[in-house]
Design a binder for this molecule. Structure first.
Ligand code: ZN
Length: 201
């Protein structure tokens, strides 16, 4: 590869990241070029480590070093309840509250209201398959209170209620439009406790 080719290759790779266009990618590439060699190499190693060692749990999409995550394999969890969330980061926030002992299902996104946008359809399929196996009595939908999160909640309710499973939505002490990630633990505990069963659609 030529000198210019090497540099362009880095720009192209950085553009694979969400929200990074050519301008930002060029800026990052120049920054990396100017960095201390060890610091720049650490970024590369961290990316390789994540891809070599971590994956999404085959059952719930939680981040795990094994095929199945330690929440799905724990004998201490209430296997009749599943909280549905958009991102793994929300799981950590709910776990920190120590109030919830059930299982999770992480969608890795939300339904996009605009055609062509990224959807979480495969993870919804996995959830339905999981519910059809039986044993789960309640699904608590904790998608974000955004347009996408609400659309996903309605869509899931329509799919899940016919299976004879209770569907509830967390109560929002969380301000509308704010991601669950930014909610404090107290409001999150209240949201879970104050969840309401969704009337059959
Ligand atoms: Zn899992």
């Amino acid at each position: 590869m030529t000198q210019q080719g090497i540099f362009n290759h880095l720009i192209e790779q950085l553009m694979a990241l969400p929200g990074v266009g050519r301008k930002s990618a060029q800026r990052f590439a120049f920054f990396i070029l100017k960095m201390e060699p060890e610091a720049a190499k650490n970024i590369g190693r961290a990316i390789i480590d994540v891809k070599d060692r971590l994956a999404f749990c085959k059952i719930c999409n939680n981040i795990t070093e094994h095929e199945i995550c330690n929440i799905c394999t724990s004998p201490k969890r209430d296997t009749q309840k599943v909280v549905v969330i958009e991102e793994p980061s929300t799981l950590h926030i709910i776990e920190r509250t120590g109030e919830y002992k059930g299982l999770y299902h992480i969608l890795l996104g939300a339904l996009a209201p605009l055609p062509g946008a990224k959807t979480c359809a495969p993870s919804i399929e996995n959830l339905i398959e999981r519910l059809e196996k039986g044993g789960i009595k309640e699904v608590i939908i904790a998608t974000n209170p955004t347009i996408e999160g609400e659309a996903t909640a309605i869509y899931l309710t329509r799919l899940i209620q016919p299976l004879g499973i209770t569907v509830s939505r967390i109560a929002f002490g969380i301000p509308v439009g704010i991601d669950i990630e930014y909610a404090d633990e107290v409001s999150l505990v209240k949201s879970l406790q104050g969840r309401r069963e969704i009337d059959p659609l």
